[in-house]
Design a protein around this ligand. Structure first.
Ligand SMILES: *Cc1c(COP(=O)(O)O)cnc(C)c1O
Length: 386
């Protein structure tokens, strides 16, 4: 299912399987069924059991495969279920490298679950290609990168990491949650597998939890299909329907997210209360050039720290519009405190080492009026002055 539509704005709406063949309904129905009648022994109509295959989920899987430019997509009950299925490709003795600031749950599943199966991991700053290459040894079979990475928005050169990795037979897995295929297509940059927390921008409305994986290689597609059916972390038909519906408006949402984020990042940058800001859309951000080369925009995730003399507890409590909550990528603006929330599962010494300070604030810029978001931020910063 390589891209049939040249323009992603059209593929978002018509990609995958976009109509119901039987009735012509312009939305794929919610096939809320666990099983399918067989016309005789061995005579199935293409489906036998919904863990193995469900038409609503299949429409979503075909859609994400097309958007990411892969040959097969897989839908899971959460982003972590997608990552877990992908990590199940590896075996005892293998080693996985991860970017120094990845989603806390990715770290946790490696540190506390896969470690029990003797799959080890190493943390490396993948934005530093020399550091990355020197972390490679014969056991390393995969690298997981996020670009921009959570929560410091560190940008990794995906094509360069893929080149180095492929020289060593290493599988390149990109968590594309922050960018979505609308802004960045890792498979075309050389990655082997893309994973998503579709809970975030793809769903876009903070109303579901889902995960996706996409590959471009037939052998990998067969192995992940096997794992998906064997381990069973599939997405249900109703959530598959909701996710397809969310994806249809991804383009217009992302355009507004990026426009708002740019405005807010520029304003925060000149705010005297702000000590540091991380947003690869700012020209003097260390990731600006690489991000510009590999992505169509810088997304809408910003992180920043306030100077001494500002109390972040009071900052969070003073917000009136922006909500303090886990998650990101929805239409509404959300803030979080990575060191105690999304990245709390990472031990303090590692957090400090990679720069996830207790003063770091992460902002998921929504699609409300940008001036309203800014007013709320500035008011809360003002009120947090000690
Ligand atoms: C949220 C998130 C995940 C985990 O996804 P869930 O849907 O919450 O399981 C993985 N990666 C990134 C970048 C995320 O933001």
């Amino acid at each position: 299912m390589m891209n049939r539509y040249k323009n992603i704005n059209t593929a978002l709406i018509h990609g995958g399987i976009s109509i119901d063949e039987r009735t012509g309904a312009v939305n794929v129905p919610i096939y809320q069924t666990s099983t399918y009648k067989q016309d005789g022994l061995g005579k199935m109509r293409g489906y036998e059991y919904s863990r193995t295959g469900n038409p609503t989920r299949e429409a979503l899987e075909a859609l994400i495969a097309e958007l990411e430019g892969g040959i097969a997509g897989f839908a899971f009950g959460s982003g972590m279920a997608a990552t877990t299925a992908v990590l199940s490709l590896f075996k005892s003795g293998d080693r996985v490298l991860i970017s120094s600031n990845v989603y806390g749950g990715t770290f946790r599943v490696l540190n506390n679950i896969f470690d029990n199966f003797n799959i080890s991991y190493g943390i490396v700053d993948t934005s530093d290609l020399t550091a990355f290459e020197s972390a490679i040894n014969k056991d390393v079979k995969a690298v997981i990168i996020e670009s921009p990475a959570n929560p410091l928005m560190t940008v990794t050169d995906i094509a360069a990491v893929a080149d180095i990795s492929h020289n060593h037979g290493i599988c390149v897995i990109v968590d594309n949650t922050f960018m979505t295929p609308y802004l960045q297509r890792p498979l075309a940059l050389g990655a082997d597998i893309v994973v998503h927390s579709a809970t975030k921008y793809l769903g876009g409305h903070s109303d579901l939890v889902a995960g996706l994986a996409v590959v471009k290689d037939k052998g990998l597609a067969e192995r992940i299909a096997y794992i998906q059916n064997a381990t069973g972390g599939v997405l249900g038909p109703f959530d598959s329907f909701l996710l397809i519906k969310g994806i249809k408006t991804l383009g217009v949402r992302m355009d507004r997210h990026v426009e708002n984020a740019t405005k807010i990042a520029e304003s925060l940058k000149t705010n005297a209360a702000v000590k540091s800001i991380h947003y690869p859309g700012l020209k003097d951000d260390p990731g600006y050039e690489v991000n510009k080369k590999q992505a169509d925009a810088a997304g809408a995730m910003i992180s920043f720290e306030l100077k001494e003399g500002y109390d972040i507890r009071r900052f969070f409590e003073s917000l009136e519009l922006i909500m303090l909550a886990e998650s990101l990528g929805g239409v509404e603006s959300l803030v979080c405190h990575p060191s105690s929330m999304t990245h709390a599962s990472i031990p303090e010494d590692i957090r400090k080492k990679v720069g996830i300070t207790d003063g770091l604030i992460r902002l998921s810029v929504g699609i409300e009026d940008a001036d309203d978001i800014l007013t709320d931020l500035n008011r809360a910063i003002e009120r947090s002055r000690t």
